[in-house]
Design a protein around this ligand. Sequence first.
Ligand SMILES: N[C@@H](CCC(=O)N[C@@H](CS)C(=O)NCC(=O)O)C(=O)O
Length: 219
Amino acid sequence: MLQFYYSRLSINARRVWVTLLEKNLEFEPILMKLNGDQFQPDFLKLNPFHHIPVLIDDGFSIFESLAILDYLEAKYPEPSFMSTEAKDIAKIRTIELVTVNELPPASIVLMKDMLDVEVEAKQIEKAKQTMAIVLQYFEDNLSENNPYFIGEKFTYADLVAGTAVSSIPLLGISLEPYPKVTKWLKNLQQRESWKQTAPSPEEIEASKAIMKAILQKRL
Ligand SMILES: N[C@@H](CCC(=O)N[C@@H](CS)C(=O)NCC(=O)O)C(=O)O
């Protein structure tokens, strides 16, 4: 059976978790606390960079969430969350990469500010600008009449961007100026996979001490 190393609050893990659920795959969830357990020798053998998510399929171990999604799509193609149209493939890939390249550095700065970890005012300003550019890019790529980025089809663009955008309001950034993004997020929240993987307010609160320790590089 597939083994999935994750944590309830990890956006990088959530995109894999949603994919496993959406593909109706059976898996054994292995919950990591990220309180130092990610540095244990057994875990470092799975990912020398001490990150979750990690997926193991019959002894074959994979890390990097987008690589895991590629693997799951190739090995378990039904239902498919990719397209075969050249322009759609480019759009899905761009949205995935904008999400994983642009959002995390900005999120880390805003998280530091929120958790009272030292960060310069100009970095905060820059992070807010990046958030606004990314959200506007998503807004411009959604339409009034379709539920998802690629029309009626739910794809990795929705899955990857959606799991990340869901947590942006927690950083004090309002989605109100982006009505299409807000509506799209509501569509995603209707999905069973979304409901099942959403962290509760208590879990979010409880994770703050560990997040602060990671951001202060105390772990
Ligand atoms: N690029 C990686 C990022 C993974 C990542 O940063 N995971 C975080 C949780 S969201 C983590 O494991 N942090 C603990 C640590 O780095 O020690 C991916 O997409 O899988």
